[in-house]
Design a protein around this ligand. Structure first.
Ligand SMILES: [Zn+2]
Length: 198
């Protein structure tokens, strides 16, 4: 229907999460008709710059342009506490509450045997390494209350049993089957406050 170049652009946007064919078309035509060449170049440049400079924090595995990341290297954070989450979006949802002052550990996924995702495919070993040689007193398992997130929390709690740390699970203020990322601030704060020993 369109020229091959336009089709290719639409196809690229269609690969993004939450973007269907119609939205992809709308974005492509917005760029072609409404954006100046300079604006479009800036946008493409931002993607390239972010892809080149963003990597994983050597400590918490969150996305960062400096490693250790600002949270891990901040003297103001409570290093006795590690909150384990599935994704960088979860970190930002919890940070937005301004109520949690510990460190994080980003797994980059959850165990999912159906999709072939096992312990070595997410950042579990990196978490164990962090516990080996420091002052951590409590690990809060804040994976999503989905089937996979819960299975991941149970799996990790078993691995942590030999360590001298308290292992807690966030309370079910977060609706079952949902994503922490989309929970409101009060729900996140309550879920963290009423965490329970695993
Ligand atoms: Zn970090």
């Amino acid at each position: 229907m369109y020229s091959a170049v336009i089709e290719e652009l639409i196809e690229k946007f269609e690969r993004l999460p939450g973007i269907g064919h119609k939205s992809a078309e709308r974005i492509a035509f917005y760029i072609l008709e409404r954006m100046s060449a300079e604006e479009a170049e800036h946008m493409a440049g931002s993607i390239i710059k972010a892809k080149k400079s963003i990597r994983l924090c050597e400590c918490c595995q969150n996305l960062t342009d400096q490693s250790p990341c600002p949270v891990c290297s901040s003297p103001k954070r409570d290093k006795k506490l590690i909150c384990v989450v599935e994704s960088p979006e979860d970190v930002s949802a919890i940070e937005n509450t301004h109520e949690y002052n510990g460190l994080y550990h980003v797994l980059h996924g959850a165990l999912s045997p159906m999709d072939g995702i096992g312990p070595d495919d997410i950042k579990i070993n990196e978490l164990l390494l962090r516990l080996a040689d420091n002052e951590v007193e409590e690990v809060i398992l804040a994976t999503n209350p989905t089937v996979n997130g819960t299975a991941t929390a149970v799996y990790i709690s078993k691995l942590l049993a030999p360590f001298d740390v308290k292992v807690t699970r966030i309370a079910h203020g977060i609706p079952i089957g949902s994503d922490i990322e989309y929970a409101d601030k009060i729900t996140i704060v309550k879920a963290l406050e009423s965490r329970q020993l695993m």
